[in-house]
Design a binder for this molecule. Structure first.
Ligand SMILES: *Cc1c(COP(=O)(O)O)cnc(C)c1O
Length: 395
């Protein structure tokens, strides 16, 4: 039985997989069993932030695993305490952190904090959370419902929890707030929805309005966070201070982790929330190593250099193919090329794969790029050379 047959027989079919068997990775390069090599412009959907096979993260995980991986949250977990401190310091906000295992779980935590805040602070409980169309917040029943895309609200999984509705644009939010609304949850750059960055002025105005009315601003930084935007948090680029922020994807370099942080540190009390695995020795030790690497990478200017270089290449591709692309979108190392014709999107992704470069799709018409943040100049050059070759085959 081949691994492909095994997968088809024994794994539930929730993904229409590409059956390539990767065996080894090295920063932004991946090598498959059949001897092919790839430049990875996806980093496993924004997860492998410090690259494949990162030696420092591997050593940290190995050393931790040899000692203690897990004792549960009933006891002190030294790397968890350190990682929480590090995240809070890097954010510059006066917040505290809860650790889970995924982005959806972090967002669930955020919604729980918001609902309890809505009960504690208002005479008539406020519980409704407004989100945006084309948002993506996760795959649990609640975060599916929070996701503002009808295609995610399959009837098969109903009934969904109450208390979520969607607006098309930031400016539509104000009139949608009623006396049961507790806050707004959004991504500053919509990832799955099409790599669309919101306007800074609009976001700042919304943040100020919510604060003035004692309502919550929840920023889902599951994809934008952990230096993906060029700063530790995209919030910094938007010059806002939210009430609640969620993180996950790139935080531990591939070890499952999620985090929700808030300035409302007194909302959760003992027993309000929990997780068996969340914040254990293994994931938080990996997270500490990742943040140490990326903090230095940011400080010494390497991250900015990588972002600028990638952006240049992306701009060249967009310019060279006005027949295919409307232009580039996104920021930092979370970028997109918007296709003129959504029919060409899957052809581009397939051609890129056939030419040895991995890219993602976002929304209906965007090629998405989420390379490791540590991608080198040579890897960027090679990746775009392959991408150009792929585009030429579509002519
Ligand atoms: C990926 C993602 C999620 C879901 O994260 P999981 O780890 O898959 O649960 C939530 N929000 C955003 C913005 C994401 O990009």
């Amino acid at each position: 039985m081949t691994f492909e047959e095994m997968d088809k027989e024994y794994v539930l079919h929730t993904y229409n997989r590409n059956y390539i068997n990767f065996k080894r990775g090295e920063n932004a390069a991946l090598f498959s069993e059949d001897g092919k090599d790839f430049i990875d412009f996806t980093s496993g959907i924004g997860v492998v932030s410090v690259g494949h096979g990162n030696g420092r993260v591997a050593d940290a995980i190995y050393n931790q695993a040899q000692n203690i991986t897990h004792v549960s949250n009933l006891f002190l977990i030294e790397p968890q305490a350190k990682l929480a401190k590090k995240i809070v310091e890097l954010s510059g906000f006066d917040m505290a952190v809860f650790f889970g295992n995924s982005g959806a779980e972090a967002n669930e935590g955020a919604i729980k904090i918001a609902r309890k805040y809505g009960q504690n602070r208002f005479k008539n409980k406020r519980y409704k959370v407004l989100t945006l169309e084309y948002s993506f917040h996760g795959r649990t029943i609640t975060t599916l419902k929070a996701t503002g895309q009808e295609s995610f609200h399959q009837n098969a999984f109903s009934p969904y929890p109450e208390g979520f509705s969607y607006k098309n644009q930031i400016k539509d939010i104000y009139s949608a707030i009623d006396d049961e609304t507790i806050g707004v949850m959004l991504e500053l750059v919509q990832g799955e929805g099409g790599v669309q960055a919101f306007d800074k002025k609009e976001i700042k105005e919304l943040a100020a309005f919510l604060q003035k009315n004692d309502l919550l601003l929840i920023i889902d930084e599951v994809q934008t966070g952990v230096f993906r935007s060029g700063e530790f948090l995209a919030c910094k680029l938007y010059d806002i201070e939210p009430d609640i922020i969620t993180l996950a994807k790139g935080l531990a370099g591939g070890v499952p982790i999620g985090a929700v942080m808030t300035k409302h540190k007194d909302i959760f009390t003992y027993g309000d929330h929990g997780s068996t695995f969340g914040g254990n020795f293994l994931s938080t030790r990996a997270g500490l190593e990742v943040l140490d690497i990326l903090e230095n990478y940011h400080k010494d200017g390497s991250l900015k250099k990588g972002i600028d270089y990638f952006d240049d290449k992306l701009q060249q591709s967009a310019k060279k193919h006005p027949d295919l692309f409307l232009g580039k979108t996104g920021l930092g190392l979370m970028r997109g090329l918007q296709c003129k014709d959504s029919g060409t999107l899957s052809k581009i992704i397939k051609a890129a794969f056939d030419n040895g470069v991995l890219v993602l799709k976002a929304g209906r018409n965007t090629v998405r790029f989420l390379p490791p943040l540590t991608i080198s100049k040579d890897e960027i050059n090679e990746g775009f050379a392959r991408f150009e070759k792929a585009l030429d085959t579509l002519k």
